[in-house]
Design a protein around this ligand. Structure first.
Ligand SMILES: C[S@@+](CC[C@H](N)C(=O)[O-])C[C@H]1O[C@@H](n2cnc3c(N)ncnc32)[C@H](O)[C@@H]1O
Length: 115
């Protein structure tokens, strides 16, 4: 697919998602279902100090490490349901085209917003 090769500029939804990002300078970001890590990489370009990208698929994580490997990014093989969501850890939680895989999505929203 073009997006696999060319990243966000080839992703049809990116022109709608991009304006929703707040200023990211000095922020920390968690990416749920990060795939190849395109949004992690975008966050780094915007000045974040730390990004964690999690994905259930070790193959996706391997590829993310190969394609988008800035030093601010950590990738981890981990399910969205299994992640521990430490309180007050992340300034922004982002997820693109992954939450529809989750059965109890309300629970994930609660874990992300719990303070
Ligand atoms: C369509 S891709 C989107 C990848 C990336 N967010 C993007 O927009 O380029 C969906 C990703 O969600 C991951 N995924 C699906 N179910 C998941 C789960 N329960 N926990 C973590 N990742 C999951 C898949 O492995 C896949 O990498």
């Amino acid at each position: 697919m073009p997006r696999s090769r060319d990243g966000l500029c080839a992703a049809g939804e990116w022109h709608q998602l991009k304006p929703l990002f707040p200023p990211l300078q000095e922020k920390t970001v968690l990416d749920l279902g990060c795939g190849y890590g395109w949004h992690c990489s975008y966050a780094v370009e915007q000045g974040v100090v730390q990004v964690l990208g999690i994905d259930l698929s070790s193959k996706m994580i391997e590829e993310a490490k190969r394609r988008n490997a800035q030093r601010q990014i950590e990738y981890r093989v981990c399910g969205i349901e299994e992640y521990t969501y430490p309180k007050n850890r992340w300034d922004l939680v982002v997820s693109n085209l992954a939450l529809h895989y989750i059965e109890n999505i309300d629970l994930i929203f609660k874990k992300c917003t719990k303070r």
